[in-house]
Structures are given as C-alpha cells and as structure tokens.
Design a protein around this ligand. Structure first.
Ligand code: SAH
Length: 219
C-alpha cells in the first residue's frame, strides 16, 4: 500500500514537472511561480474521477457549474501580481477549489480568499488544512464586497468576472497595490491589471480571458 502511494506520488511529481516545463515554454518566467506550481498537487483540488487530468493545461469542472482555471492562467495571474515585488497580503475573490489560493500561499506571506458557494468553501478549507497551508484564511461570503476586516491588501486577484469592477475592491487596495481582475460579459472578457497610485487607478489590459461570472452573494 505504501509503495503504491509512493508510486502515485512520483507519477504526479513527474507530470507536474512536465506541466511546469510547458508553462515555461508558453512564456511564464517567474521562477517562484513555476516552483509553486511544481510543489502544489493540483489533483487534490479536483474530484477523484478527474485526478488523472489534473496536470493537463486545461480548465476543469469543480461542481456547481464552476471551474478550476487553466494552469497557464493561474500562473499568469500570479506572475502579474508579483511583477512589482512580493505583496505582503493578498485577497482572492472566488476560492473555488482553493488551487489558486494554494499557489499564492507559496508566494506571499498571507492569503485571504472568499467564496460564495458554501460547499466549495468548506471543501477548500479542508484541502488547505490537509496540505498544512496555515497562511490561507477563507470565508464564505460575497466577494464583491471584498473582506474589509483585513484591508488594505497589497494585491487582489479575482477569479470570477464582474461586468464592472466592484467599488469595494478598489477601496480595499493599498497604495501601489495591484488588482488583477477579469472584467466583462462572457465571450468578451479582458484581464485587467489595476494599480492604485496616490491620485488614480491606473489600468493595463493583460489579455482576453474566459472566466465564470462574478455573481452577487444571494444569487
Ligand atoms: N480560484 C478558483 C477558481 C474558481 S471559479 C480555483 O482556483 O479553483 C470562480 C469561483 O468564483 C467560483 O467558485 C464561484 O462560486 C466564485 N464566485 C463567483 N462570484 C462570487 C462572489 N461574488 N463572491 C465570491 N465568490 C464568487
């Protein structure tokens, strides 16, 4: 039994290494991000039936019509977050499976994440505990409101797309903090990087993306 488990572990490490090589080929350059993806077992974040596909560079269903983003997008957003230096405190909107938060937990000191579907948020919390990721704090609530108790954040990552940027997220951004957020309707979303300066919010368009919609807490 022990040998068998070890075998599985080695296989997934090997496939994880291959995934990381592919991400590097696709242009991910941040070594800390690549290392976090090498160390984080993505198969833990999907149902067992999908575990064999966990290291393909594709989005995977996590139930309730939601998806775990493609590894390339997780890497790209993490890299964009770290481009101007390592943020101390990061907030994620849309914990989903918990995978993106687990990657962030390897990269920054403190991660806060909110999820509007209770069952997903409970499962993610269990995974963080199993993996010993004590620097992630998760809450079941409407992420459009951010998480004001721990604000301001040096970085905010949204993994669900609102039509417009929620005001609370801008308000909870620290000076020179960075917000990475997909915005727009299905089929026409863009990934934006917003930086808060002393008198403005500067905006850069990163790339076209396809995320699930960011919904209000009660629908
Ligand atoms: N980061 C996730 C991706 C999950 S998909 C992962 O690594 O698996 C996006 C998630 O955003 C879904 O779980 C969805 O329920 C959640 N979501 C959508 N609108 C939300 C809102 N207003 N507040 C919090 N979570 C929200």
């Amino acid at each position: 039994m022990k040998a068998r488990l070890k075998g599985i572990g080695m296989t997934s490490q090997r496939t994880r290494n291959r995934l990381v090589e592919r991400l590097a080929d696709e242009g991910i350059e941040n070594q800390a991000v690549l290392e976090a993806m090498r160390e984080t077992p993505r198969h833990i974040f999907v149902d067992e039936a999908l575990a064999s596909r966990a290291y393909e560079n594709t989005a995977l269903p996590i139930g309730f019509g939601q998806t775990l983003s493609q590894p390339y997008i997780v890497a790209r957003m993490s890299e964009a977050l770290l481009r101007a230096g390592t943020p101390g405190k990061v907030l994620e909107i849309g914990a989903g499976s918990g995978y993106q938060a687990a990657i962030l937990a390897h990269l920054v000191p403190e991660v806060f994440t909110v999820e509007r579907i209770g069952s997903l948020s409970r499962k993610a919390r269990r995974r963080f505990r199993e993996l010993g990721l004590g620097n992630i704090h998760i809450k079941h609530s409407d992420g459009k409101l951010g998480w004001s108790k721990h604000a301001p954040y040096d970085g905010i990552i949204a993994t669900a797309a609102p039509r417009q940027i929620p005001k609370s997220l801008l308000e909870q951004l620290a000076l020179y903090g960075r917000l990475i957020i997909p915005v727009g309707e299905e089929g026409a979303q863009k990934l934006l990087l917003i930086t808060r300066t002393s008198d403005a919010f500067e905006q850069e368009i990163l790339e076209p993306v396809s995320f699930v919609p960011m919904l209000a807490g009660d629908n």
